[in-house]
Design a protein around this ligand. Structure first.
Ligand code: TRP
Length: 335
């Protein structure tokens, strides 16, 4: 019974690419730290992925990549519920109910929709428009108390809160109104090629991103060719020297050294020496993750079994919430 009392956390990543070090540093390492104190649901948001056109075989592969990546980064499927969104049909079922509670105006105000639908006209689909409502369903189904999200998702969480309150007010208290979770450590990792832009799993330039499947040589090459600035000394200055600052963030995560310690370590030395050290540190840091990732990916049967177990636990929880919702909105009970 104790177990039931832990606050619930839910988060997810859209499988539009392979897991990268930015996910680890910005999100997953915090999730790992939360596993013991909270009841955690971590999902692979494959329903969200198809708001952008996907190649089916790639989507299938990446879904498993992300799931294996979670575990490789330290998510323990025995402590958390790890699942694939499309395995739990309640997500789409609750989305419909919430769609009917969302006004056109509030959905139109979502900046991610405006950005993404504006990027190219071909990508202008209704799913993209209702993407935040699906995200609200993800969260509300599990009665999540806390949702760790990045800045770009805060507005969606605000919508989720509004929908939960609206439903609770119109019918009766049903949903927990979730709070955003601001992680204690959250380093923003930037693109290695354009250090003013966030590192992205879907960057067209492969050299911009460190993927958890990267080989030692690929890691070395990407760090050594990372775009730096026109300075010479190693100093943490995100505004004027974003390239070096970004490499310092990586080096700091890999070694546990503070920026001040790193500055002292490289006093009198130049970019070449620093990049060399940063490359080796990242190689050492990422190797165990990659090895675990490859091991998990080589046994699809086992991975699928883990995900089937996760889906079952998730469904049991989701079903309870959906049943209440269906009843409250007035759907006649079957039989
Ligand atoms: N939309 C999120 C992203 O792109 C992924 C996501 C889907 C999510 N559902 C969620 C995150 C629910 C937190 C909670 O990053």
């Amino acid at each position: 019974m104790e177990e039931q009392k832990k606050p619930v956390i839910l988060s997810g990543i859209t499988p539009s690419g392979v897991l990268m070090i930015g996910h680890y540093m910005g999100a997953i390492r915090n999730w790992v730290a939360l596993q013991h104190e909270y009841e955690c649901f971590f999902m692979v948001a494959d329903l969200h992925a198809i708001t952008v056109r996907q190649t089916p075989a790639d989507l299938r592969r990446r879904t498993l990549d992300i799931a294996a990546g979670y575990i490789a980064c330290g998510i323990d499927p025995d402590l958390c519920t790890l699942f694939v969104q499309s395995h739990v049909p309640e997500h789409t079922q609750l989305t419909w109910v919430l769609n009917c509670l969302t006004s056109m105006g509030e959905a139109s105000r979502m900046t991610q929709f405006k950005d993404k639908s504006g990027e190219n006209a071909e990508n202008n689909n209704v799913g993209l428009f209702t993407y935040p409502v699906l995200m609200a369903a993800d969260i509300l189904l599990y009665q999540a108390d806390l949702v760790p999200v990045g800045d770009d998702q805060k507005q969606h969480l605000e919508l989720t809160r509004n929908l939960a309150e609206r439903f609770n007010f119109r019918y009766s208290p049903t949903f927990t109104v979730p709070e955003p979770f601001i992680p204690p450590v959250g380093a923003r990792v930037m693109s290695l090629q354009e250090p003013t832009k966030k590192m992205s799993k879907s960057d067209k330039n492969e050299k911009a991103t460190l993927f958890i499947s990267d080989t030692d040589d690929a890691i070395r090459m990407k760090i050594k060719r990372a775009v730096t600035d026109s300075g010479t000394d190693i100093r943490f200055d995100e505004k004027n020297r974003p390239g070096v600052a970004n490499l310092m963030t990586l080096y700091s995560t890999a070694t546990g050294k503070s920026n001040a310690e790193i500055e002292r370590e490289f006093e009198g030395l130049g970019y070449a020496e620093f990049k060399e050290a940063a490359a080796e540190a990242m190689v050492g840091f990422m190797r165990p993750m990659r090895e675990r990732f490859l091991e998990l990916r080589s046994d699809t049967t086992m991975l699928n079994a883990l995900l089937a177990k996760g889906a079952e636990t998730a469904r049991n929880r989701a079903r309870r919430t959906l049943r209440k919702v269906y009843k409250k909105v007035g759907f006649a009970e079957l039989g």
